[in-house]
Design a protein. Structure first.
Length: 192
């Protein structure tokens, strides 16, 4: 009889993965994302949304807006990470950062807002799986942005189906960014 040796992915293991490759954790296993399908438009959309949120969040001292690269431990069992995601953009309220927060580590818990921008090679199903994980593990909102159709799908933790916003529409996110109006057209601006 042989004993099964279980693979345990820890915070240290995840931090040591190749920073040039997007590696998430699903059901306790590393999953490498195909970043070859990321386009310039994908990056522009992320940057535009970051620019829209960053100044507002900083001025109002609401928390931190971060672009791609922040690792969120959504579920763990002991030291083992079961679900870990890296959103394209995220927001975490200021009060959720503990006084002794380890800035060089992973964030424990879901961001208050997680945003995924669909890439040409990424299936809608894969995007929705990520959105589901964020909401399941505590995000108040998760947005899926589709550059090709120029739409933003806004998922809220306690509502289904998502609210879909098209180019030319504006919306408010009072629960996260009180007083800020977001124009969908501004998210897709291509001017240099």
């Amino acid at each position: 009889m042989t004993d099964k040796i279980e693979n345990i992915i820890t915070d240290e293991d995840w931090l040591e993965t190749d920073p040039d490759q997007r590696i998430e954790i699903v059901e306790g296993e590393f999953i490498a994302e195909d970043e070859e399908s990321m386009t310039y438009l994908h990056v522009i959309v992320i940057d535009n949304l970051y620019d829209l949120l960053k100044l507002f969040v900083r001025t109002k001292q609401l928390g931190r807006v971060q672009t791609d690269g922040i690792k969120y431990v959504l579920k763990r069992e002991g030291k083992k990470i079961i679900v870990g995601r890296i959103p394209d953009l995220s927001f975490v309220r200021r009060e959720r950062f503990p006084e002794n927060f380890e800035w060089s580590g992973n964030f424990e818990g879901a961001p208050d807002l997680a945003v995924e921008v669909s890439s040409p090679g990424q299936t809608t199903q894969k995007t929705l799986e990520k959105i589901h994980d964020y909401l399941k593990y505590g995000s108040q909102e998760a947005w899926a942005i589709y550059p090709k159709s120029r739409e933003l799908h806004r998922y809220q933790n306690n509502t289904t189906p998502p609210r879909i916003y098209h180019e030319g529409e504006t919306f408010e996110v009072e629960n996260l960014f009180p007083g800020l109006q977001i124009s969908v057209s501004d998210i897709f601006k291509l001017e240099a």
